[in-house]
Write a protein that binds this ligand. Structure first.
Ligand SMILES: Nc1ncnc2c1ncn2[C@@H]1O[C@H](COP(=O)(O)OP(=O)(O)OP(=O)(O)O)[C@@H](O)[C@H]1O
Ligand SMILES: Nc1nc2c(ncn2[C@@H]2O[C@H](COP(=O)(O)O)[C@@H](O)[C@H]2O)c(=O)[nH]1
Length: 306
């Protein structure tokens, strides 16, 4: 009996089903590469953006996330909700903002996991006038291997401050833009006056390259960093005594008496928060306090001698 030859629609169906199987295998291969650490999730996302109809672009965001080590189904759903991405979305079909949020999530997560290894994110916080800026300046000068984050602020530069070294001095519009674009790791309004924030990418880039990073920020910022990167080491800088703190604030002579009184009220609340921190360093002597902070950073090379 003559064999029944496939009709054109059958040929199409067979070809389509073979293509579907091949595509599924290709997607499974990509997921395997992520799971085994052969490709990073960020690399796969970049490939999906480059070519939305390619194998990476056809990956559902849900399967992509689950293939990342240590992300299970529950966590994946939480992440999807937080990033405001619907479960039906594929990597290649994400809108720009969704893509940006996903990239930012992956970058921060990678950096946070880096902290498990040698590179450390150390946050130096403490009450007004305890000497945070002075200790940070000493570290900048004497320990060139320490990556000191440069904050953005809406306040004006003071005499002697340099753009890009002391701070990035920006106006309110630019600060709003940075916050909206997710460019800040944390930010806060400090002393009820100006806004200050830590630009995210220099921190995550340095950590991803294995460098320890130091942030000199206020206590609200330290709490926000703890939420974003739970492995960060939080250091609370203490004055030798309350009277010495008052002396330093008044002696610095940069605030009006009314502002000094307000800051001292806040300082009482801030001192009460020291238990939230991992380490406490008393700033008797600037060089000593700086060394104690640097010791927490797992530097690979020796500091410069004074
Ligand atoms: N170990 C120290 N011994 C004596 N004086 C110090 C010491 N550390 C800092 N100071 C002085 O204390 C004053 C306050 O220091 P600094 O401005 O660094 O404080 P800060 O914590 O950065 O304050 P703020 O949060 O208000 O910006 C400065 O005049 C500084 O020279
Ligand atoms: N939350 C953040 N606080 C910051 C940041 N950069 C600096 N600061 C804190 O602001 C005050 C005032 O600083 P000043 O230079 O105007 O005297 C001080 O307590 C800093 O620690 C930041 O990025 N985020």
């Amino acid at each position: 009996m003559a064999e029944k030859r496939p009709t054109p629609p059958d040929v199409d169906r067979v070809a389509a089903s073979r293509a579907a199987v091949a595509a599924r295998r290709a997607r499974a291969a990509v997921k395997g590469q992520i799971a085994k650490g052969k490709r990073t999730a960020l690399e796969v996302l970049a490939a999906a953006i480059e070519s939305p109809d390619g194998v990476e672009g056809r990956l559902r965001v849900t399967e992509f996330l689950i293939s990342i080590p240590a992300i299970g189904v529950t966590k994946m759903h939480r992440i999807m909700e937080k990033l405001e991405i619907s479960p039906s979305k594929r990597l290649g079909g994400l809108g720009k903002h969704q893509r940006d949020r996903l990239r930012e999530f992956l970058t921060t997560r990678t950096a946070a996991r880096r902290l498990d290894s040698s590179a450390k994110l150390v946050v130096l916080a403490g009450p007004t006038a305890v000497g945070k800026g002075t200790v940070a300046a000493h570290i900048r000068q004497h320990y060139p291997d320490v990556h000191l984050s440069v904050s953005a602020t809406t306040r004006k530069a003071r005499p002697g401050e340099t753009e890009g070294v002391s701070y990035f001095f920006v106006d309110d519009v630019e600060f709003d833009r940075m916050v909206a674009a997710g460019e800040m790791l944390e930010w806060a309004t400090v002393h009820n006056a100006y806004r200050y924030g830590t630009p995210r990418s220099p921190v995550t880039d340095a950590l991803n390259q294995g460098h320890s990073v130091l942030l000199e920020i206020d206590i609200q910022g330290a709490r926000a960093v703890r939420r974003a990167m739970p492995d960060a080491r939080l250091v609370f800088l203490l004055p030798p005594s309350w009277d010495e703190l008052v002396r330093r604030l008044i002696g610095r002579d940069t605030e009006t008496p009314a502002e000094q009184a307000r800051r001292l009220e806040t300082a009482k609340l801030e001192l009460a928060a020291q238990g939230e921190f991992d380490y406490r360093v008393v700033n008797h002597d600037v060089g000593e306090a700086a060394r104690e902070v640097v010791d927490l950073m797992n530097l690979r090379t020796a500091p410069l001698l004074p």
